[in-house]
Design a protein around this ligand. Structure first.
Ligand code: NAD
Length: 410
């Protein structure tokens, strides 16, 4: 899917065949085997991955996903999207992604710590604050980042906080990193509503996924923007209430119970149908490929804000492009860039042993998001292309330009 998207952009930009593979293929792809002691005395072997897409602009940067079906292909796709996302935001990074094929909800805390530490230990030869910086993604959190940082630091013999981002503030994390992606999503939704002259107070939103990105987006939409959140879901259940959902209560419920299973049981709906129910703002913020050729034509939203990475397939894009005037797409590499932007701030602060306040971080975040948003809208209008094509083209062009400037050795 990432390769198909790249080919579309490469055709649009008339990229020479000599440059296509060089831009598309990952620089490094590492697979590691992780034998881990389990609580029952057995040893289980997990598979771990890390893909560094390109190192042209600086170190690579990307999240770490713990998910049962994670594969090298998925990791490589996510790494490539990270490259275009970082370049679009003008960050001095190439894209990376990594993770472990495991279900973190089925591991005890000790097992999760063992898996996390073993993964970082196996990655030590390939990562570093100037080579590849890890961050959180689906299935990982601040605690996992703290174990990564500790494992790496123990091997170096001193604290290396800048090896990971998304750490707890107590060990060099940045104020506002946890909320950054969701806040960025809502900043752009607000901008889109403003452009489309949609009144937030009369608008409704449906959010798929109630983890880091989805819950923060839901809270910000309801509490700051004044939008009525009518639908939420996670991997256990989907809930719809036309009168509006108390997202603060939902957030507290998930914090206590870990998921939405026992929340508002009377208002359950089919998780797949939730995406196509009527709303003004749809925010997929869970897994990829949920908007596909089967449901794209049925979407009833005005704004599609892609909190997740790769929620829309290229086939669905073709359908959405026909509804150009009906649905305003905020593509993933623009929409969810808040996470990597604030991760960049965290890395810079770590390198400089310096701290910014949360309001400084959020202010700088919104300024970068605004700049990217304006550029994407301008490019899309100017070239009469979709927002996704415009966003990716800006990213790809920047990487290509940097590769040409550096030349090819030998
Ligand atoms: P998370 O693990 O905190 O939350 C994921 C949520 O999705 C959970 O509520 C989970 O129950 C739900 N979910 C999983 N499968 C689902 C399904 N099939 N249907 C409905 N809900 C499902 O993860 P996150 O960090 O919030 O990441 C979510 C998405 O956002 C991912 O695509 C990730 O790559 C992307 N993203 C995250 C960040 C970040 O800073 N965390 C940054 C950029 C992009």
């Amino acid at each position: 899917m990432a390769c198909d998207q790249f080919e579309v952009i490469a055709d649009y930009l008339n990229i020479d065949t000599n440059d296509r593979d060089r831009l598309m293929l990952p620089k490094r792809a590492v697979a590691v085997t992780l034998p881990v002691h389990m609580d029952d005395g057995s040893t289980k072997t997990f598979q771990g991955y890390r893909v560094q897409h390109h190192l042209t602009l600086g170190p690579t940067k990307g999240g770490t996903r713990f998910a049962p079906n994670l594969s090298m292909g998925e990791t490589a796709a996510l790494a490539m999207w990270m490259s275009w996302k970082c370049a679009l935001a003008n960050l001095p990074y190439g894209g990376a992604k990594g993770g472990i094929a495991c279900d973190p909800t089925k591991l005890s805390r000790t097992e999760l710590e063992n898996v996390s530490r073993r993964y970082m230990q196996e990655m030590i030869p390939f990562v570093g604050p100037h080579t590849d910086i890890m961050g959180p993604d689906m299935g990982t959190n601040e605690q996992v980042m703290a174990w990564f940082m500790d494992t790496y630091s123990v091997y170096q013999g001193y604290a290396v906080s800048e090896i990971v981002t998304g750490k707890p503030v107590s060990i060099g994390g940045t104020e506002g990193r946890r909320e950054a992606t969701g806040r960025g999503v809502v900043y752009l939704v607000d901008r889109a509503m403003d452009m489309l002259k949609i009144d937030p107070e009369k608008s409704t939103a449906i959010i798929q996924g109630f983890g880091n990105v989805g819950s923060v987006a839901a809270l910000a939409l309801a509490m700051k923007s004044g939008v009525k959140v009518v639908g939420i879901s996670d991997h256990t259940s989907a809930i719809y209430d036309a009168k509006g959902i108390d997202v603060v209560a939902a957030d507290q419920h998930v914090m206590k119970k870990g998921n939405l299973r026992a929340f508002m049981e009377a208002d359950r709906v089919d998780p797949n149908e939730l995406l196509t129910m009527k709303c003004d703002i749809l925010v997929p913020s869970a897994v990829d490929r949920v908007i596909n050729e089967k449901n794209a034509a049925k979407l009833q939203c005005r704004i599609l804000a892609e909190g997740a990475n790769g929620p829309t397939t290229p086939e669905a894009d073709l359908i959405l492009n026909q509804h150009w005037d009906d649905i305003f797409v905020i593509p993933d590499i623009l929409c969810n860039a808040g996470g990597v932007i604030v991760s960049y701030f965290e890395w810079v602060q770590g390198l400089q042993s310096f701290r910014w306040t949360e309001s400084e971080v959020t202010d700088k975040l919104f300024r970068i998001m605004e700049h990217s948003f304006v550029q994407v809208i301008k490019r899309a209008k100017q070239d009469k292309v979709s927002h996704r094509t415009a966003a990716m083209a800006i990213g790809v062009e920047r990487v290509q330009k940097a590769k040409h400037a550096r030349g090819l050795f030998p």
